[in-house]
Write a protein that binds this ligand. Structure first.
Ligand SMILES: Cc1cc2nc3c(=O)[nH]c(=O)nc-3n(C[C@H](O)[C@H](O)[C@H](O)COP(=O)(O)OP(=O)(O)OC[C@H]3O[C@@H](n4cnc5c(N)ncnc54)[C@H](O)[C@@H]3O)c2cc1C
Length: 82
């Protein structure tokens, strides 16, 4: 029987926490986001005031979820992570 697939939409705090919690589940976890980065929203004001650069609060999702598969939901493309 094939492995079940769990699809998590959104790689914000909630999505990343869900992916982490399901890490050892015998299922394929698919994390989908319309962007390819996780935005650390609590530090947005630091970017607005030029204390930080946008790149300092946006981390590539692939880096955060080593065994995940990223899908670009805007363009319908897919990008298999490691
Ligand atoms: C300026 C600011 C400061 C904050 N400070 C704090 C704080 O100090 N402490 C605190 O606890 N909370 C704080 N928050 C709130 C906190 O950031 C949010 O509660 C938290 O990010 C919500 O997490 P989430 O996963 O529900 O949503 P989000 O983090 O918003 O993630 C949603 C994800 O879903 C993706 N997405 C949305 N629509 C689609 C779609 N159609 N298809 C694919 N992907 C989609 C988005 O790209 C995003 O990555 C702050 C928020 C802001 C804006």
């Amino acid at each position: 029987m094939s492995q079940p697939r769990i699809i998590i939409v959104g790689a914000g705090f909630g999505g990343l926490a869900a992916a982490k919690a399901l890490k050892n589940t015998p299922a394929e976890i698919l994390l989908i986001d319309r962007t390819n980065h996780h935005l650390f929203q609590p530090l947005l004001y630091q970017v607005a005031t030029s204390v930080l650069t946008p790149g300092q609060i946006a981390t590539p999702i692939r880096q955060r979820s080593a065994q995940s598969e990223e899908h670009d939901s805007n363009h319908g493309g897919s990008d298999r992570g490691r």
